[in-house]
Design a protein around this ligand. Structure first.
Ligand code: FES
Length: 144
């Protein structure tokens, strides 16, 4: 069976979730591989959320928020940028490809951009293959 990546998408309520909604209402076709979780701001996304998603079977995680300067909580997305850098360091420590996580800015009017990002991330994650964590878990389960 062909590998289909499962990607968890954390979208901020004010910009990116609305952008994703616009992609839908504009009937823009894009890959169905992202499962969306809506948060009020990207600053709400603790790195542990992403690590938990990856440890429980996600092949990648996409974080989308308001463009810098547009965050509805003033500087939430600046904090996200710093956390994201820390998250990538943690992934490197565990030997997980950092390309499995992505941070993008998508405004409420950028439905087409959201669709492009989802398509691109799906394709890149497909090329990476299943996450090592997922493969290891499947092997552990089979060995029991
Ligand atoms: S409200 Fe969108 S990133 Fe903060």
């Amino acid at each position: 069976m062909a590998f289909e990546p499962r990607i968890v998408g954390f979208l901020c309520n004010w910009c990116s979730y609305t952008g994703a909604d616009l992609a839908g209402t504009s009937r823009i076709k894009y890959a169905p591989n992202v499962r969306v979780i809506r948060v009020m701001c990207t600053a709400r996304i603790e790195p542990t959320f992403v690590l938990k998603a990856l440890s429980e079977g996600a092949d990648g995680a996409l974080i989308c928020g308001c463009h810098p300067g547009d965050c509805h909580y003033v500087e939430g997305n600046y904090k996200t940028m710093r956390r994201f850098a820390a998250l990538k360091r943690v992934l490197r420590t565990y030997g997980i490809e950092e390309e499995r996580v992505r941070l993008e800015w998508v405004s409420a009017s950028e439905g087409a951009r959201f669709a492009e990002i989802v398509n691109d991330m799906t394709e890149r994650t497909r090329k990476l293959g299943p996450s090592r964590v997922k493969v290891q878990r499947a092997a552990d389960t089979a060995a029991r």
